[in-house]
Design a protein around this ligand. Structure first.
Ligand code: NAD
Ligand code: TDX
Length: 332
């Protein structure tokens, strides 16, 4: 029985990972989460109390982090400030949590020798042209665009240096855009679903033709578990599921799935520095570790996600007005 510490486990992807681990392993899980605006203890509701516990705390708190590392066999590090738009209006917490927080965890990993898996994003590679035949691979040069992606890129480089210089037992994964239940309403897909529920037309930045490479959060979780179990120390693995779509295609699918006209959306002010396209080559993960995504049908995954937001209004409603107020301030 492994004792697993999951940072950021009350957030979107972290909570989906905790649910996944509880279902597919015998692990005991401790979640370390600051419960920022993006964290919600209710995202762990329904899980067996004898196997999951939540520690409310900050990954920058070296004493707390040190004592938790002493009591666990492995750590999966999801905690981060995660939203590009917020990083443009206020970058300070991104530097603190994503860089200083990751540094704090790495120092504890160095002292204890505990196995460490670092969760990162494909955004560290910058963006691709729409007609580029290449996709991101593990050897694509880093070229981040936003305060968010640059702090994630910096955190990846810290992990690599701590492996090389101090022998920390770490792996890294860089995943594409996730969708699924329990994602904050600031993010693209939940924002549009909940706007439609509220009778508000979806809002696309710029011309709506930017491309994202979508993967279901459960596929991300199964890949992370596979890397934790079988990944080679010091290696980076890209995680994706061949899910490239323009933002227009996604919003049209949501509109039709919710019984509205496919063109019932508006184009609004573009995001400054908006990355054009992300696309992941995940063949290393397939060839080395035998991993495959399970959610092949994006339309049915989106349908299930719409159903989740319709059925769980009490989960997202408290965040909705404040999120839209912030978007309105910048004309989005
Ligand atoms: P999220 O914003 O939904 O959740 C982040 C969680 O971290 C929250 O529960 C928050 O309370 C917690 N947290 C923030 N600062 C903290 C701190 N200082 N100490 C402890 N906890 C803290 O984010 P998400 O979308 O679930 O992303 C999780 C991770 O996955 C991030 O590292 C992100 O970079 C990465 N990622 C996300 C995506 C995506 O599509 N959302 C894709 C690839 C990688
Ligand atoms: O209202 C919107 N309208 C719109 O057109 C919002 C919120 C977004 N968008 C666009 C911007 C992007 O092209 O939709 C796309 C997706 O936007 P986000 O959900 O903000 O995601 P993105 O910026 O692509 O980053 C996400 O994927 C990589 C996560 O938020 C990151 O944490 C992850 O690293």
């Amino acid at each position: 029985m492994r004792r697993l510490l999951v940072t950021g486990g009350a957030g979107f992807i972290g909570s989906n990972f905790v649910h996944y681990v509880l279902e597919h392993t015998d692990d005991q899980v401790t979640v370390l989460d600051k419960l920022t605006y993006a964290g919600d203890r209710r995202s762990l509701d329904g899980l067996p109390r004898e196997r999951v516990r939540l520690v409310h705390g900050d990954i920058c708190d070296a004493d707390l982090v040190g004592s938790l590392f002493d009591a666990h066999d492995a750590v999966v590090h999801y905690a981060a400030e995660s939203h590009n738009d917020n990083s443009l209006s206020g970058p300070a917490p991104f530097v603190q949590t994503n860089l200083v927080g990751t540094f704090t965890l790495l120092e504890a990993a160095r002292r204890t020798g505990v196995r460490f898996h670092h969760i990162s994003t494909d955004e560290v590679y910058g963006d691709l042209e729409f007609d580029d035949p290449e996709r991101f691979t593990e050897s694509t040069p880093y070229n981040p665009s936003s305060p968010y992606s640059s702090t994630k890129a910096g955190s990846d480089l810290l992990v690599r240096a701590w492996v090389r210089s101090f022998g920390v037992q770490a792996t890294i994964s860089n995943c594409s855009n996730n969708y699924g239940p329990r994602q904050h309403v600031e993010k693209f897909i939940p924002r549009q679903i909940t706007n439609i529920i509220d009778g508000v037309r979806p809002r696309l930045y710029g011309d709506g033709l930017n491309v994202r490479d979508w993967i279901h959060a459960d596929d991300h979780s199964s890949a992370v578990l596979r890397i934790l179990d079988a990944g080679r120390i010091g290696e980076t693995y890209l995680i994706g599921a061949d899910g490239e779509k323009t933002n227009r295609q996604v919003v049209e699918m949501i509109l039709v799935g919710m019984g509205r006209d496919a063109d019932a959306y508006d184009l609004v002010t573009d995001r400054p520095g908006h990355d054009k396209r992300y696309a992941i080559d995940w063949s290393k993960l397939r060839d080395e570790l035998g991993w495959q995504p399970q959610f092949a049908d994006f339309a049915s995954g989106i349908g299930a996600t719409i159903d989740w937001y319709v059925a769980n209004e009490q989960w997202w409603r408290p965040q909705k007005a404040e999120t839209e107020r912030k978007y309105a301030e910048v004309g989005q």
